[in-house]
Design a protein. Sequence first.
Length: 202
Amino acid sequence: MQVSNRRKVVGVSKARSSRTTALSTGKAGVRYRQEALESFYDGFKSAGIDFAVFLPDSMLDGVEQLILERGDIEAYQCSREDEGIAMAMGAFLVGKRPVALMEGSGIGMSALILARGIVQKTPTMLIIGHNSTLGERYDYHGATRLVAEPVLRALSIPYHVLYDPAHIRNVVIEAQATVEGQRLPFGILVPSHVIREIGESR
């Protein structure tokens, strides 16, 4: 389906651009490392990513808002994570290079569609926040933390944990090379300290 105004359709407000090292977005006032957001975006562009689907969450919101603000990657907001992965895999079938962004609980909900993608050789890159890495501050993310990596391991889906913002661009590029070369999904797990400012306001 052709959409004339993607940013209007997804219904997410644009992020404010910033030249500082952090970007404040959303009502929660999360402070993001601007260099990390830019590295994700630059990695996507360098890897040829041209289709993004996401279910908003507080960890990856800055990346999603930047994609919407720049406007040159086709972007959609989904209502369920497994639906979003299915959209990304469908985009791969028609020649797109997709990425799906979600929190770890979404991977827990998406085992069946990920398995189908493996069998059908319709992969996508996965950017995963709120996972089993360090820095989760709230107990309501406890169950979320438990499911992402076990599901990836159970399905033999390769993944990489980012530990340094300086590695973001290269990891994204190499992840996409694996997606295309092996025809497998690939997960990138994003800890809080990599994408957010460290401190009480994060």
